[in-house]
Structure formats: C-alpha cells, structure tokens
Design a protein around this ligand. Structure first.
Ligand code: SMO
Length: 758
C-alpha cells in the first residue's frame, strides 16, 4: 500500500557520496597496519590430485618469510571434534587447505611474509609432489557411470535431486495440442566486481581478533571463523566497511578469512591477503553453467498444460551455494508462467572445474533463459503474439509462487504493456525480414524473483534506532552495503517513519561489534527486510519520543504528528516541539534514553519485470549491437528512484555481457582457466552501453516497508533471453547456448541460407 511520503521516494544524496566521489572512502585493501604481513596461497597446478610430499624448507629460509602453513598442519576438524570440515559457507565439503586438490587452483599451502613479493617468491620455493587423478569438467559427463569421482558421492551429486512437482505432467502432456522440447545451456558468467576478495586479521592486545573482510555477510564470516577455528564468537569482530561490489559471490568464504586468522595468531602480527585478479577469477565463484532440457505442452490457444524439465548445474569442485542455487533455479523453472502440471528435476553436480556459487539471480537467469526462449519459440509456432502468450498464462494475486508463498501483488501484465509501448512492439517486423546487411529486430523476456532466500531459510533482520542527545539518530543495521546504496535507502525508511530529516540519520553497518545480528546482504532482501526491521525500530523509537512530547504538550500521543524533526498537535499546530528540544539534556532532569528495536521476519515476496531489447545484427560478421534496452520493473515502491535505477542499469550491463560475450573458459582437457583477466574475459564498458530506459510500476505491496519489494537480482534475470529473442526476430537465428557470440550467429545464418537454397 502506498502512502504519502516525504523522504521515501526522493532521490536523496547517498550517505557515502562525498567520501566515494573524493576517493577517501576506505576499502579493505586500503587498510595498511604497522607491522602488517602479506599472505599468498600456493595453488594446485592439477585439477584433481593428491599431495604426496610437500617441502616448505627452502621457503621458510627465505628472508622476510614469517610463517608457512600447509594442508598437513592447518586445522582439519571442527573444534568440537566432529570429523566434518566446514571451511565454507554452505556445503561442508571444503578444507582450509587441502591435500586432495579438486580443481586447478585449489590451495595446498600458504605463506606470510613482509611483502607480497617475498610471499610470492616463497611460493616458488615450496616443492610439492602430486599424484594426479583423472578429472571431469562437464556436469553431464560427471553424472555418467564410470566418471571420475570428485568427492565419492553417488553420480557426483552434491545433494539429492531437487524435485519441484505439482499436478500430473503426463496427464498435462496428454491434454496438449502441441509439445515443444529444447535444450538450453549457459556459460560461466563471473561477477567481475572491481574489488577482489580481500581480508585482514589483526590480533589485539586483549587476545581478540579484528577481521576486515570484503563480505556481504559479516556475521556469517564471524560464525564460520568461530566454528571452524574454535574461537569464541565474542573474541572476533568482523568489519565490512566499504565494498567494491559483491553481486552474491561475497556471501561465501574463500579460505583467506581462515588463513589470515591462523597466520595472524601464529605471528602475532596483522596479516593481509588480497587475491590477484587471476585468483579472483580462478578461486572465486562464477554463475553455475547449467544445461536445461525443457519440454512443454500447450493448447492451440497458447494455454500451458504441462512443463517438464531437468536443470543440471555444474557446481565445480565444491558445493558452495550449489544446492540453494539449484533449488531456486529449479523452482523458478517451474514458475514464471501459470502451468497446472509441473515436474522439474534439479541436479547439482560436482566436477573438477573452478567453483560456482551465488551470483545475482541465484539460478534464475539460467532458468529464464531456457523458459523465455522456448516461450518465444512456442509463440512463433502457434502464430500467437509472444506478449499475448505471456498474458494468457499470467499469474494472479493469490497464486502460489516458486518459494511456496502466494503472490501479494502481480504487475507483470502492466510491465509488458508499458514495455511494448516504449519499444514500439506493434511495428515489430516479421522474423528475419529486416532488409540489408544490418538486420534489426526486437524481443523481450519476463522474470519474477523472490526478495528473500528459500526454500529452507527462515528470514529475519534486525535494527536498532538510538537517539543522540541533540535529536539526531543513529541507525544500526546488520547488513553490509555492497556498494548498492543500501545504507542510504534504509536511512530514508527510518527517517520517513520517525519523522526526522534524512540528513539527521547516521547509519552504522558492517561491524559485528556495533550492530544487531543479520543474515547478510544477499538475495534481493536488504531494502525489503532490513528496511522492514529499520521501519519497526523507527516506529518503536518514535513512540518513545511521542510519549515525551505528549507529556510536554499535554495531549495524548495519538494526537501528534512529526515531520523533519518537528512534532506538533494535529489539530493545533501552534502547540509544537522538536526532537532536539525533547532530547537535549536539561540540568537536574533525567536524560531521556531512546532506543528503538525492530525485527522483521516476513514470508517471501515477489517482484516482476519485463525487459525489451532492440538489436542490430551484422549479417556479414554475425556481430550483434544492442541499440536499446527497456526495463519495466514491478518493485512495489522505489524508496530511492535513483538508487533503484542504478541497480537496474547495473543488472542490464551484466545481462548484456551474459547475453553476448562473457564466459570464463575452462580448458576441457587440463581444467585450466584460460581467460582469468579483463583482457581475455571481456566486459562491456560504460561507452559500449546502449540506450537504457528504466521504468517502475509502483503500485505498492502489503508486506515490505512503504510497499517496497526487491529489485537487486531481478534486473539481470531477463536481459539475455530478451536480447536473444531480439536476435531471432532480426535474423531468424535461434541461439540456445549462451553467450550468443558472433561465431554462433554467423553459423546460424549460414545454416539458414543453406536451408532455403538447397
Ligand atoms: S546471489 Mo545473492 O547475494 O543471494
């Protein structure tokens, strides 16, 4: 439900605008401490092997080397004595350092030295002898009988298959007039944040540890350090100040957190480890490469009767977020359009490739690439307008969403109508009819996304609002700000609810010693759920301030209103006071203490979007230029439209790369990552970006703060299928394998030509 607001809905200046634009904002890598050591990991050159012998002798003798740890002397068990390693955020299958490397780049030893250069030199002096094992890099191959076993699980599965089922698919196919089948596969897309993984640990004089980490989830890092290393939680403080992006991948651990702590405790000096760009590629997390076999049954009029699919996800060497991503991806694959009979099987498979993990969209971009491509194929075959096909199978409020909870608001139809209007859908040319060499076409795709995690996360966020004695406000929230502007948006929510000026709210975040617990800044949750907690904390603080005002003005608190720090009696505005006046200490009077506490534990809520693309494909080279991207998002309410637009534009940029270009290539023989740098892994630059139009449907929602739903992940989800559908419209070439490179399009054009001229 939307209400009239004065701070919410405004394009206020970000809380960190000045420090960021002047370059003064301190990121983790900017921190340099006296006596600080630098650490580097020795990584396996084999994709699958066992360490037979490891000699650190020479490395230890190198001047400047202060500590060397290996897979044979780092902790391998939980402190409580359980045999399970748990040096990762989700699947307990990874050691801090391993004697059986499972991908080319797995860590076997670590060095701390007086400089990065000395540490690097020392790595070269560590002599390791390996027994090399057969390796497998492709998920479908890994599933086959006789495939090399990565962790000894059945069929190399990370978890039992995820099954999403409703109705009766066989009956649904029997009812269908037509059946469509296709196979769709996606690339190894990487988050490409500018700030690499970096962590610093400083041992404090009181025995405590201060850890600076570029993480989306400071409490997760604290919890895992405590659990794996057996250090009481209260002895660890994790700080995540400014971050240069996370995109989901920084809600995991990268061994450097444990290693900096171990090395700092051993040397009693601060230790920093910063991954190189190459390490950030190789030992970071990518989007899961997924193969989707999709079969759908439809009536002649376009009504879906059945959907059956397999979602095969390549997790790489470890599980990481694979199970969650596979569940979410499979659930999304069973959703988006109303279909009464669904059966989806999601397989998450170990291979000896680099590790895949959480990355903006969390399994959904792969699912929507398959679904929205096939919907385009169905529309064409049935000669139905693709927009009509979506509208015919549209969810309604109250239908059950992929997370098992009902939709509270659904504006996808309106997203489609507005997007169609803006792109000029009614002038769309028939497929492949664009004259000349430069072929133009338009296309679109839809998405829905859940703001919070599922299936088995019970979501909660908390916040504290503390009033300063001049009437200004401290807002303490557990979530870190990845750079998205979360702190700004949450401050707006608190200011609006309290009735104070936005400038008078100071946000404290990303410090486990100063803020209440939070699960982390992941999914599309921060505005929705942390905002909800902040709103509740603000409401509680406001009630306390109003009690003081009611006493002072001799009215009932229900008669009061507040705005911009002023408080007045509704029907008699001349009877007024201010936050400042109420909270400023008066001699011989008790100083008022105002602390508002809030928590929010909502069920899942869903946002929707339709994105439209106009492309121009050069029929001689196969090269695609995207001319225009139009993104219409149903986000309930834009708390800060500038910030929400920024989120969507960033998502379009990532989606554009996913569609046309980005792919981290792993050599299928050696498992070597071939392009771990920004020269060979190409990203579109700001200059390359097409015209972007971002439009929001703000019809409100019952659950989130001031009607807001999520926006963060949504924007990357439909971009690739929208662009590839436009490429099809322009050329008649259907690319079912991401990215849609010039080579693939050219091959398609040549194939089509042979087809028509035998
Ligand atoms: S991919 Mo995310 O931060 O759940």
């Amino acid at each position: 439900m939307t209400t009239k607001t004065t701070v919410v809905g405004q394009r206020v200046t970000r809380v960190d605008a000045w420090e960021k634009t002047t370059g003064r904002a301190r990121y983790t890598a900017d921190i340099n401490l006296p006596g600080m050591l630098h650490a580097k990991i020795k990584r396996s050159p084999h994709a699958h092997a066992r360490v037979l012998r490891l000699d650190t002798h020479l490395a230890e003798q190198l001047p400047g080397v202060k500590a060397v740890l290996t897979c044979f002397n780092v902790p391998r068990k939980l402190h409580a004595g359980q045999p399970e390693p748990r040096a990762s955020s989700l699947v307990p299958d990874q050691y801090i350092l391993t004697d059986t490397p499972c991908f080319r780049g797995d860590g076997v030893a670590v060095v701390a030295a007086i400089s990065e250069e000395v540490a690097e030199d020392a790595l070269g002096l560590i002599d390791v002898e390996y027994e090399v094992f057969p390796a497998v890099f492709d998920a479908e191959e890994a599933l086959r009988d006789g495939a090399p076993s990565v962790h000894g699980t059945e069929r190399n599965l990370v978890m039992p298959p995820a099954i999403i089922a409703s109705g009766n698919v066989e009956a649904g196919f029997a009812e269908a007039d037509f059946i469509f089948e296709g196979r769709y596969s996606t690339s190894r897309h990487i988050p490409a944040f500018l700030e690499p993984y970096v962590c610093i640990c400083r041992p404090e004089s009181d025995g405590n540890l201060t850890v600076w980490s570029s993480t989306q989830a400071p409490f997760m890092v604290r919890g895992s350090l405590s659990e794996v290393l057996g250090i009481p939680m209260s002895n660890i403080r994790v700080l995540s100040e400014h971050m240069g992006g996370g995109f989901g991948a920084k809600q995991d651990l990268y061994q450097l957190e444990y290693l900096t702590v171990l090395l700092a405790r051993q040397t009693m000096r601060p230790v920093k480890m910063e991954f190189t760009r190459a390490e950030t590629f190789i030992a970071g997390r990518s989007r899961h490469p997924v193969v989707i076999e999709l079969k759908q049954g439809v009536k002649r009029d376009g009504t879906l009767t059945a959907r059956k699919a397999r979602y095969i996800s390549n997790s790489g060497a470890y599980g990481s977020h694979g199970p969650g991503v596979t569940w979410v991806g499979s659930s999304m694959l069973g959703s988006l359009h109303k279909c009464p009979n669904v059966y989806i099987e999601g397989l998450c498979v170990y291979t000896n490739a680099p590790i895949a993990g959480a990355f903006r969209g969390y399994g959904a971009p792969q699912a929507y690439f398959a679904l929205e491509t096939q919907m385009d194929e169905i529309a064409e075959a049935l000669q139905i307008d693709p927009i009509e096909l979506r509208l015919k199978n549209l969810f309604q409020v109250g239908d059950i969403g992929p997370a098992g909870t009902p939709f509270e608001s659904v504006e996808l139809g309106e997203c489609l109508r507005r997007g169609a209007e803006r792109i000029g859908w009614k002038n769309r040319r028939p497929v492949g009819s664009s004259p000349g060499t430069l072929k133009r076409g338009i296309g679109f795709a839809c998405q829905l996304h859940s703001a919070t995690a599922f299936p088995d996360t019970k979501e909660v966020a908390s916040a504290l609002v503390v009033a300063n004695e001049d009437g200004t406000i401290q807002l303490r929230i557990g979530a870190a700000d990845l750079g998205t502007g979360a702190k700004t948006v949450i401050a707006q929510i608190a200011a609006e609810e309290l009735g104070v000026r936005y400038e008078d709210v100071r946000v404290v975040a990303g410090d486990t010693d100063s803020v209440p617990y939070d699960l982390g800044a992941y999914a599309s949750r921060t505005t929705f759920i942390v905002g909800g907690a902040a709103q509740r904390a603000a409401a509680s603080a406001k009630a306390q301030v109003f009690a003081l005002a009611a006493q002072k003005l001799s009215v009932d608190a229900s008669e009061l209103e507040a705005l911009a720090g002023l408080i007045w009696v509704k029907d008699a505005p001349e009877r007024k006071t201010t936050f400042q006046e109420l909270l400023t200490p008066v001699r011989n009077e008790k100083i008022p203490i105002i602390i508002g506490q809030g928590e929010f534990s909502p069920k899942n809520d869903y946002s929707f979007a339709a994105q439209f693309a106009e492309v121009e494909v050069d029929a001689e080279t196969g090269l695609t230029r995207v001319l225009k991207l139009i993104a219409v998002h149903d986000i309930g309410k834009a708390i800060n439209p500038a910030s929400a637009e920024g989120q969507v534009e960033g998502g379009l940029h990532q989606g554009l790369g996913y569609a046309l270009m980005e792919d981290m290539v792993v050599d299928p023989i050696s498992g070597r990552t071939l392009n771990p740098n920004f020269v060979d892994y190409k990203l579109f630059t700001a200059e390359d970006m097409p015209e972007m139009q971002v439009d929001f449907i703000e019809s409100g929602d019952k659950v989130g703060p001031f009607g807001a739903k999520g926006v963060a992940e949504d924007s990357v989800c439909p971009t690739a299928p929208a662009i590839l559908n436009a490429i099809y419209n322009a050329t008649g070439v259907r690319v079912r394998e991401l990215p849609a490179s010039a080579e693939k399009i050219l091959a398609g054009l040549e194939f089509n030509q042979k087809e028509v001229r035998p």
